[in-house]
Design a binder for this molecule. Structure first.
Ligand SMILES: Cc1cc2nc3c(=O)[nH]c(=O)nc-3n(C[C@H](O)[C@H](O)[C@H](O)COP(=O)(O)OP(=O)(O)OC[C@H]3O[C@@H](n4cnc5c(N)ncnc54)[C@H](O)[C@@H]3O)c2cc1C
Length: 301
């Protein structure tokens, strides 16, 4: 019998220090899975409290997500948070996915609506499917109340929202539907996150809100991250990249920025730090960032 994995809710509830979580995405080929296995092996020393892995809705992409969740669990990177979206699935298909996740021992789902398919500008719920993430949270909880649900939050407001107030009101609906924690879109300015948390608390959202950070090692990486997240780039970060004379200096500038973000957020009392690492062991093991993470473990064993 498969042992159920712990929930993020229980880990956050028992924490004596901010948690550290790492986000992965499923590779597309057997070679990619081999490389991911090697990266996970190299990242062991970082000892994340939990890992998350994204979800693609298409048939083979979906199977790759299941395989990646399994790989993370087999290699001891547990608990795993399985992302799930409403894209291209009926309610019955989502129920089957949720049951399959539960049967595998996973007890954490990041419940998401998902983006419109490539080439389409608006999300249209599939016939017999769900329109928003709050409905997915409710479905997960009605099927398996022992599953802990995370949901997405947007410190700089979801691009489809008419206003920040609307967006936070919709986030509250997800929490009212049963979400246990919020994981945010990436951001580069801590002030933006801290203002968002304040506004969420004012709106009655009481669950832990985990900041999502993406360490970037080059100007090109920074621009790619902004293209999908629409995060604001502080002038000081852009200048640090522009001033750096070579790739190594640019990498150091990007990592120092993330470390300063981590230090500032931990000082501000966040429940945890979530790193979007894009499967890159080199990012986590970067001398600057790994020294920061080791200091963290040493201070709070
Ligand atoms: C931490 C994180 C992880 C992610 N992981 C993945 C992944 O694995 N796979 C993937 O495909 N995408 C992923 N995404 C991207 C995500 O799918 C998109 O940002 C998507 O556009 C919105 O998803 P959502 O769950 O926030 O949707 P929703 O919460 O449904 O929100 C979408 C929009 O609708 C509004 N809204 C919400 N509820 C309602 C309601 N009841 N009535 C009216 N309006 C409402 C919101 O304000 C927002 O503007 C992730 C994003 C984040 C931040």
């Amino acid at each position: 019998m498969i042992q159920p994995q712990p929930t993020v809710r229980s880990i956050l509830g028992a924490r004596t220090r901010p948690t550290l979580s790492l986000e992965f995405y499923p590779p597309k080929s057997p070679l990619g899975f081999g490389i991911l296995g090697g990266s996970i092996e190299r990242m062991r020393e970082v000892r994340p409290d939990f890992t998350t892995c994204t979800y693609g809705a298409g048939g083979s992409t979906r199977e790759n997500s299941f395989a990646a969740w399994e790989l993370l669990a087999r290699m001891g990177f547990t608990p795993v948070v399985a992302h799930l979206t409403c894209v291209g699935a009926t309610r019955a298909e989502l129920e089957a996915q949720i049951d399959r996740i539960h049967e595998s021992g996973i007890r954490n789902i990041m419940a998401l609506r998902g983006d419109p398919p490539r080439g389409e500008t608006a999300f249209r719920p599939p016939e017999g499917g769900l329109a928003h993430a709050d409905e997915l949270v409710a479905l997960v909880k009605s099927r398996h109340p022992d599953i802990c649900c995370g949901v997405a939050g947007y410190p700089e407001t979801h691009p489809e929202s008419a206003s920040r107030e609307d967006d936070i009101r919709h986030l509250r609906r997800k929490v009212d539907a049963g979400a246990d924690f919020v994981n945010t879109q990436l951001f580069y300015d801590n002030r933006v996150f801290l203002d968002f948390v304040r506004d969420c608390r004012d709106a009655g959202i009481g669950v832990p809100i985990l900041p999502g950070l993406m360490p970037v090692a080059s100007r090109a990486q920074l621009e790619r991250s902004v293209a999908f997240s629409r995060a604001t780039v502080p002038a000081a970060l852009a200048e640090a990249f522009d001033r750096a004379p070579d790739d190594e200096a640019r990498r150091a500038a990007g990592m120092r920025w993330t470390i300063e973000q981590i230090d500032g957020l931990v000082d501000a009392g966040v429940a945890g730090i979530h790193l979007y690492i894009l499967n890159q062991a080199n990012t986590v093991l970067d001398p600057y960032l790994s020294a920061c993470l080791h200091r963290w473990h040493a201070a709070h064993p």
